[in-house]
Design a binder for this molecule. Sequence first.
Ligand code: 5GP
Length: 128
Amino acid sequence: MPVKGLGPYDDTNIFARILRGEIPCRKVYENDHALAFHDINPQAASHILIIPKGRHISFADFSANASDAEIAGLIRAVGHIARILGFDDAGYRILANMGEHAGQEVPHFHIHLFAGHPLGPMLARSAG
Ligand code: 5GP
């Protein structure tokens, strides 16, 4: 089922280009199934993006179609990064925007990891 405004997978999306090494990133961590790097426009003192290496458009796509190994690789990467960067003690937030209502901009699934200070309320209420 296609998601409005996303898909089919676009191999020219910015994260596909980062994965191919065509565009630089500030890499934090990598395993067989995931790559993590600093967000170019950080919304917190630490703002890291964790992406699967496979061609997955969104959380809807990833959760339905990724292999168990890909899912484990991505989720374990998130926990590992938070641990090695020392975020476990004070805490952090993870978030994934999926589709139009969430404002997903890049059509390659990614998890945001925010940390470094109190992060405020979970959602700001927006019009509509
Ligand atoms: P979304 O709104 O899709 O959940 O989040 C996309 C994120 O990708 C945004 O936080 C944006 O700042 C980040 N981003 C967009 N282009 C680039 C880029 O070229 N490099 C990096 N590192 N982050 C990017």
